[in-house]
Design a protein around this ligand. Structure first.
Ligand code: GLN
Length: 201
């Protein structure tokens, strides 16, 4: 079964990530305090509202220990708002929102535009996710505007004729602008669990 995987459980779609991880046989710990964080071999930062999660990270005392854990190589998977929290640079964010860093990308909050605020599509997988396209749900999703040289692009979508990164990996950090936990395709959660296994060996 492997070491437990944490799901940051302050706000957002915690239950859905829990379900995806349990479906592939992982034990899940809901992380609400610094003590919970000590128990996990990897952590998922769910979607929700990055500004609300920021306030709760600060009030729960998790901002600093989580920033340090990520910098220290704790495997981390951010979806949607989780991606925003991890990004090196946030456009259209609140100036006081938390930045956990760890992921060298520039994101724009709610960047797919008003008409496309929420939509379903298919993401083309690359590298370890080469194969059938991944079903993807986008909900007021951030758009990844640029990625640093060390970032692997593992998933893309055609957005207005431009091949746009939607799933990226930078060292031990994985992040998607969409919500794989809202589909029954568990390939991305599997990939994250493989990263956790590799880090705990
Ligand atoms: N727009 C939200 C934010 O910036 C993200 C939306 C989501 O996680 N579904 O935090």
């Amino acid at each position: 079964m492997g070491a437990p995987i944490g799901v940051l459980a302050l706000q957002g779609d915690v239950r859905e990530h829990r379900r995806s991880l349990e479906r592939i046989g992982r034990e899940v710990v809901e992380v609400k305090t610094p003590a919970d964080l000590q128990r996990v071999a990897g952590i998922v930062l769910p979607g929700g509202e990055s500004t609300a999660i920021s306030l709760l990270l600060n009030s729960s005392g998790l901002t600093e220990p989580l920033t340090n854990a990520i910098a220290g190589g704790l495997p981390t998977f951010g979806t949607c708002a989780g991606l925003v929290l991890l990004a090196r640079s946030i456009l259209d964010g609140r100036p006081d929102q938390v930045q956990l860093k760890g992921l060298d990308v520039v994101v724009r909050r709610n960047g797919y535009g008003r008409q496309l605020a929420s939509f379903e599509g298919h993401v083309a997988g690359h590298g370890p996710l080469d194969g059938a396209a991944l079903p993807a749900v986008f909900i007021r999703a951030p758009i990844i505007e640029s990625v640093g040289a060390d970032v692997e692009v593992l998933g893309t979508i055609d957005h207005a004729g431009i091949e746009t990164p939607t799933l990226v990996r930078h060292g031990s950090v994985l992040a998607s602008s969409f919500h794989p936990e809202l589909t029954s395709d568990d390939r991305i959660h599997h990939l994250f669990c493989d990263m956790v296994e590799a880090a705990t060996k």
